[in-house]
Design a protein around this ligand. Structure first.
Ligand code: ZN
Length: 152
């Protein structure tokens, strides 16, 4: 179990990212996009990624949903930006293990940084889907190499 002080801090980070989400916009230069939907909660997320030379040069998202899904997308965007595509995929694995309880949250805090704030969702299976939506969508976008981005 996390100590209560750490839990309060985590709560604050989630509230902050929900209130002022980072990279919350449409990315005009994106060459990878994907749409995510979590019917259990009604969360909807569009991910925009600009990949250049195997590096996530820029990433943004838009959408609507619960506090957890929005905070998770915001945190994901700040952490994945500047990473290589391979690193982004590996972070997805670690994050997924963290929120499904396969990775010890105390051991992983250093490596995952602020992402660890979402470790608490593993106690709530429905929330795991909210927290992982942005990540699954990000992964889909990265694999979607031939998709043409249309500007409507
Ligand atoms: Zn949700």
């Amino acid at each position: 179990m996390l100590d209560p002080e750490l839990r309060d801090l985590y709560q604050e980070v989630i509230l902050d990212h929900n209130k002022s989400p980072r990279n919350f916009k449409k990315l005009e230069t994106a060459n990878r996009t994907a749409e995510g939907y979590n019917p259990l909660c009604g969360d909807k997320i569009d991910i925009f990624i600009d990949v250049e030379d195997g590096v996530v040069k820029n990433i943004s998202f838009q959408g609507s949903g619960c506090a957890i899904s929005k905070a998770s997308a915001s945190l994901m965007s700040t952490i994945v930006k500047g990473k290589t595509v391979e690193e982004a995929k590996s972070l997805f694995e670690k994050f997924h293990n963290l929120i499904t309880g396969k990775l010890d949250e105390n051991a992983s805090i250093e490596e995952l940084g602020k992402l660890a704030v979402l470790a608490g969702v593993k106690e709530f299976p429905v929330r795991v889907k909210c927290a992982s939506l942005a990540w699954h969508t990000m992964l889909t976008a990265l694999k979607n190499e031939n998709k043409t981005v249309t500007t409507e």
